[in-house]
Write a protein of this length. Structure first.
Length: 211
């Protein structure tokens, strides 16, 4: 069912997974009460496939013993646990499109979403997520400013930018270097960590306490 102002209601699941994989160009932001809530609307391996080439951030406020398979691999890299309660699932694609849960009286058992194509709403959610992500990074060991004796200052900053889920463009601008220089330093960090992807490098750096 489609409406005005770019609002569409549709079933989640495979349709959402395909849309996220094929249409996301730069970044994906997710706020979810639990990993299981997110897994009910889209397979978690989608985020593992997207993380090496996009800025993927997943914030969740609790876990349990039944966390779905595939989520552990995201923790410490693309996914962070926040201390702030998150009552609803929200997915934002490229700061322009928002996916929100919809209570459907005709399909009570189904997880249906409302897609809103509105940059104003999307950027409002992302602005809040930016603040929450930064606060969570600072609160956990993943974003602490501890330095490893094996990393110089510039490479430490590169690893931290990866841990924050920045795109190459935003990371290069923050670090005041060209994208080519950033790519060289990221490659050096990946070699040091024996990582085959940036996502894997971020996870391994976090496990070693490098960031």
């Amino acid at each position: 069912m489609s409406g005005r102002y770019g609002v569409t209601t549709w079933a989640a699941g495979r349709l959402l997974a395909v849309e996220l994989e094929q249409m996301t160009r730069r970044e994906l932001t997710v706020l979810t009460p639990t990993p299981g809530r997110l897994a009910r609307v889209v397979a978690l391996d989608v985020f593992g496939r997207l993380a090496p080439r996009l800025a993927v951030r997943i914030l969740y406020d609790s876990t349990d013993d039944s966390s779905p398979a595939g989520f552990v691999d995201l923790v410490g890299g693309a996914a962070l646990e926040t201390s702030v309660p998150l009552p609803y699932l929200v997915v934002v694609r490229d700061r322009t499109v928002v996916y929100l849960p919809r209570r459907d009286p005709d399909h009570r058992a189904a997880d249906r979403l409302t897609r809103i194509d509105d940059p104003v709403i999307a950027q409002a959610f992302c602005a809040a997520a930016d603040v929450l992500w930064a606060a969570t990074v600072e609160r956990t060991h993943i974003g602490s400013v501890r330095r490893s004796p094996r990393l110089d200052g510039e490479h430490h900053n590169v690893v931290r930018a990866l841990g924050e889920g920045l795109t190459d463009e935003r990371a290069a601008a923050r670090l005041h270097m060209s994208p080519r220089t950033l790519a060289r330093r990221v490659a050096a960090v990946m070699v040091e960590l024996d990582a085959t992807s940036r996502f894997q490098a971020g996870v391994r750096a976090a496990h070693r306490g490098w960031v």
